[in-house]
Ligand binder design. Structure first.
Ligand SMILES: C[S@@+](CC[C@H](N)C(=O)[O-])C[C@H]1O[C@@H](n2cnc3c(N)ncnc32)[C@H](O)[C@@H]1O
Ligand code: SF4
Ligand code: SF4
Length: 403
């Protein structure tokens, strides 16, 4: 895999500096991106705006020319690319080519799919060859009946068959990737199956499994889908959730590109009307979008003293925060942040980059590798307050397990 150039690590350092000082105009480039391949889906999950067919975004696929332009501009500085957000990415016929294009820059590419699709073996071979690093598979149950209560129209057997076929192809091609990880969202009706799923996930064809708290909605509750009664898996617990205690990391370090050409500041923006730019396809992202008036305003307000104080949040039961659309003309989505407990997302991703660099500093086989890693580490600069404090033992309580 292509190594990231040292200028990408220097860009992380600059981004951390801009965030620490709360600069509205950000001289650093995004280090993490989301690009959405499709905005439609074959399933009907009742807490998801796409599954509910709410039409809060147009049902379109990402055009390869738009994707290529995005990557050509941002690719050298990106460490992670998430090829999914609100739709089903494997419905995009060129999905494997999208992944392969990003791998040219040494970016770690992650996707999330329902995998309940009749996928041709030829498509899955292209997927394995593409270099995709991680494939999260949404699967919430140990039987067809339990699974389809949330994954409406989904077929349990099809998901496990696809996972096993991917493993077979990996073995044939001698590929370690993609790593398949089941994302098991825990609700009241499936919390009793957590242990069984943990025991059986390898038989189903996964390499790993993670359990996460789930959003619910009125529509889901009408189908008897309720939040887990286990506090750690309940986003609506009486005591509330801990909001991130620092200024939002997305605003300085991440970008979300949609097939319609619009740009969202983070993955939690459900409705197109809350996007920061309506159509960025014909313009330079860095020159025209990244420091436009809305971005500058959002950063300045996130940097206000007290705006990032740790506080308790109570979510409304409206699915993936479907009711977070700014209601008044002068409001922006950040004024009613739909994911206050996920504002430190970029920090978490950069912790992984730092861990890789530290491993190379310690265990690099050649002196040249160790010296390059040391330089990269220095260029990345110091993490912000909370993470720096964690190193000195003054850490915040554990965070909620949300994917
Ligand atoms: C909207 S989906 C789009 C990607 C793909 N269609 C899928 O389901 O994996 C984005 C992410 O949300 C997760 N998700 C789905 N329903 C959820 C819920 N009720 N609470 C939390 N996450 C959920 C999915 O598993 C996926 O990782
Ligand atoms: S969560 Fe994923 S699989 Fe379910 S409806 Fe939404 S986009 Fe489709
Ligand atoms: S909506 Fe929330 S998480 Fe998203 S960019 Fe704004 S403050 Fe950050």
């Amino acid at each position: 895999m292509q190594q990231k150039p040292l200028k990408a690590y220097a860009n992380v350092g600059l981004m951390r500096l801009a965030r620490r000082f709360g600069w509205g105009t950000n001289p650093a480039r995004p280090v993490v991106a989301y690009a959405e391949p499709t905005l439609y889906c074959n399933l009907g999950c009742p807490a998801c705006p796409t599954g509910l067919k709410l039409d809060v975004r147009p049902r379109v696929a990402m055009d390869f020319a738009w994707y290529r332009r995005l990557l050509d501009e941002l690719g050298p500085y990106l460490f992670f690319l998430n090829l999914y957000n609100w739709g089903e990415p494997l419905l995009h016929k060129q999905f494997p080519e999208m992944v392969a294009y990003a791998k040219k820059w040494g970016i770690r590419v992650i996707a999330s799919s329902n995998l309940s699709l009749p996928l041709e073996r030829e498509y899955l071979e292209r997927l394995v060859r593409s270099g995709l690093d991680k494939l999260k598979v949404g699967m919430e149950g140990t039987s067809q009946e339990e699974y389809a209560r949330y994954r409406v129209k989904g077929t349990f057997e099809l998901v496990t068959r696809n996972m096993r076929t991917i493993q077979e192809i990996k073995r044939e091609l001698g590929s370690k990737t993609p790593k398949i990880v089941i994302g098991f969202h825990v609700f009241e009706h499936n919390q009793g199956s957590v242990e069984e799923a943990r025991r059986r996930h390898r038989d189903w064809g996964a390499d790993g499994i993670s359990f996460a708290a789930s959003f619910v909605s009125e529509q889901a509750e009408q189908r008897g889908i309720r939040p887990s009664t286990v506090d750690g898996f309940n986003l609506y617990r009486a005591a509330g959730l801990d909001a991130s205690s620092e200024r939002c990391s997305w605003l300085w370090g991440a970008i979300v590109a949609n097939p319609s050409g619009s740009i969202s500041p983070c993955c939690g923006v459900v409705d197109e009307r809350s996007d920061f730019v309506r159509d960025a396809r014909g313009v330079s992202i860095l020159g025209t979008v990244w420091n436009n008036a809305v971005y500058r305003r959002a950063r300045r307000s996130a940097a206000q003293p007290g705006a990032h104080e740790g506080r308790k949040v109570h979510l409304s039961r409206d699915g993936m925060q479907l009711g977070s659309i700014p209601s008044r003309e002068h409001e922006i989505i950040c004024d009613r942040c739909p994911i206050p407990f996920r504002q430190d997302y970029v920090d978490k991703m950069l912790d992984k980059v730092a861990a890789d660099v530290i491993a190379k500093m310690r265990k690099g086989k050649r002196l040249r590798v160790r010296l390059r890693a040391t330089l990269a580490f220095v260029l990345m600069g110091l993490p912000s307050g909370k993470r720096a404090r964690a190193r000195t033992g003054d850490a915040q309580p554990a965070e909620l397990p949300v994917t």
